[in-house]
Design a protein around this ligand. Structure first.
Ligand SMILES: Nc1ncnc2c1ncn2[C@@H]1O[C@H](COP(=O)(O)OP(=O)(O)OP(=O)(O)O)[C@@H](O)[C@H]1O
Length: 131
């Protein structure tokens, strides 16, 4: 394993080590990315609503799909920010702007898709409750 002091810089040697680093990545997202915490909160509310309104198995699959799409888009957004910040060290760069804006656009598209799916699944049920 390549290392700088006690810090690993090379490939993982076994599955558990890879798993630990992947877990570190998830913890970092939750600790350092405010938007990720909002996504987790929104996902928890969606799951609670799904349980309360007893949605069907097919609806659960859609809800889980959009939740994980938003999470994946946010992870890619953070990777883009980290790598581009490393490249330019906070200097303005038009290509960095493009990369960051596109990555943020990906999150926005995924979030809009999630809202549409949520409205289709929960909208009629919530309206029935109100009527
Ligand atoms: N080095 C740079 N060069 C050019 N534009 C930049 C640069 N850094 C940031 N920007 C612009 O600022 C916007 C916000 O930057 P960045 O995504 O780093 O901030 P953020 O608010 O921390 O994002 P998030 O809330 O997703 O973590 C980018 O979408 C981009 O338009």
């Amino acid at each position: 394993m390549a290392s700088q002091g006690k810090h690993q810089t090379g490939k993982n040697r076994h599955f558990i080590q890879a798993l630990r680093h992947a877990f570190d990545g998830i913890v970092t997202m939750l600790k350092e990315e405010r938007n990720m915490r909002y996504h987790v909160l929104a996902a928890a509310l969606v799951l609670l609503l799904g349980v309360l309104l007893r949605v069907s198995t097919a609806d659960w699959l859609w809800l889980l799909l959009v939740i994980f799409l938003v999470f994946a888009a946010e992870f890619l957004n953070t990777v883009t920010e980290a790598v581009t910040d490393l490249l330019v060290r906070h200097q303005y760069d038009i290509e960095v702007k493009k990369a960051k804006d596109v990555a943020a656009g990906g999150v926005l598209i995924a979030a809009c898709f999630a809202i549409v799916v949520g409205l289709i699944i929960f909208g009629p049920r919530l309206l029935k409750l109100i009527e």
